[in-house]
Design a protein around this ligand. Sequence first.
Ligand code: ADP
Ligand code: MG
Length: 142
Amino acid sequence: MRRFISNSTDETVGIAKIISKKIKPGDTILLYGDLGAGKTTFTKSLIKELGVNGNVTSPTFTLVNEYTVNDLKINHFDMYRIDDESEVQEIGIDEMFADKTSINIVEWPQKVSSYLPQDCIQISINILGENEREFIVEGIDE
Ligand SMILES: Nc1ncnc2c1ncn2[C@@H]1O[C@H](COP(=O)(O)OP(=O)(O)O)[C@@H](O)[C@H]1O
Ligand SMILES: [Mg+2]
């Protein structure tokens, strides 16, 4: 387990940079934390660190945004609007989570708990103050 404290969005970018060096194709990253914790802010930085140029937006209304860098696929999910978890079956979630050539990043994973793969990287973001956040990272090589 690793713990980071961020005091600004810039420091969150720095944490994303550190984490980006530890992840590899086949990894699924689960992001826990309340609305406004910083899951999307962190993910945008992570996706850019992984080499995606251009605009990275929140998939709040699309469920998933897909990016490709060279041969690497990156899927950014936001499950917030899921009411019944079987909704994700339609988008082929099983295949996406099983694909060892892609990196999956999932906001609100608790909404689709029975579809999650085993051995995920888990990141919990806790709001400590207006600009202060605690990141608890589990399942990553130290
Ligand atoms: N240290 C910090 N790290 C990340 N975001 C922060 C931080 N301090 C303040 N914020 C703000 O908190 C909000 C996080 O929003 P967002 O990333 O969309 O959260 P979530 O996706 O978890 O709902 C943004 O408005 C961001 O500017
Ligand atoms: Mg979000």
